[in-house]
Write a protein that binds this ligand. Sequence first.
Ligand code: F6R
Length: 244
Amino acid sequence: MIRTHVHPTRDAADASVAAELRVLLRAEPRAVLGFATGNTPIGLYRTLAADRAAGRVSLALASSFNLDEYVGLDPEDPRRFGAWMREQLFRHVDLPLARARFPDVDAVDLDAAARAYEAALASAGGLDWLVLGIGRNGHVGFNEPGSSVDSRTRVVELAETTRADAARTFGGAENVPRRAITMGVATILGAKRIRVLAFGAAKAAIVRACLHEPVSERCPATFLRGHPDVELHLDPESAALASP
Ligand code: F6R
């Protein structure tokens, strides 16, 4: 069952998730955190940055694994998720960069790199807490429709809707990478706590599907319903089509 919270505003949702993370990090300073990129978590990361600046939170002993990374971009490309995370979060908090992990998309053997990422996460003890966004097509991480519930970290082809959604960042859908390495659905479901954020009217239909459509590979976000500690944090616009 997904515990759903409809907040009056997006800021209120970010504040609530950030507050939980502060409590978690106080109790478990060595927590292993899972981070998403994209528009959705920007406010949460801003809140964490403000919390750090005010001395309300420390990530000095924590470590992190990002969900996914594009394949095929130059290592210095600012559109890589690694660069994005440094800009949006890491340069504002005290998480040591050496413990902020991403799939090694520059490896010659990408399949081996994906397996190594899964193994590194397992040897860190798995994720204690993971923040997710949802793609308009129901993807979580880059587990596009058709991804199986037992999938692990692997190389994937991005769906056309995913590439269309990234077109603006890349100056046209044709410039968006075609592949990525993503944690699998089973990798995601292995996290102890999953906090899903979805904001705005553009996410209303997929939020409804995630909560009410039959659990299936056609909408990987529906697999979250099988997790014992998952919360969905919405604003009124993204909640508009979901039944109470
Ligand atoms: C990003 C990721 C994706 C996004 C999703 C929503 O690391 O794995 O699943 O969370 O595409 O993207 P936004 O937040 O830009 O709507």
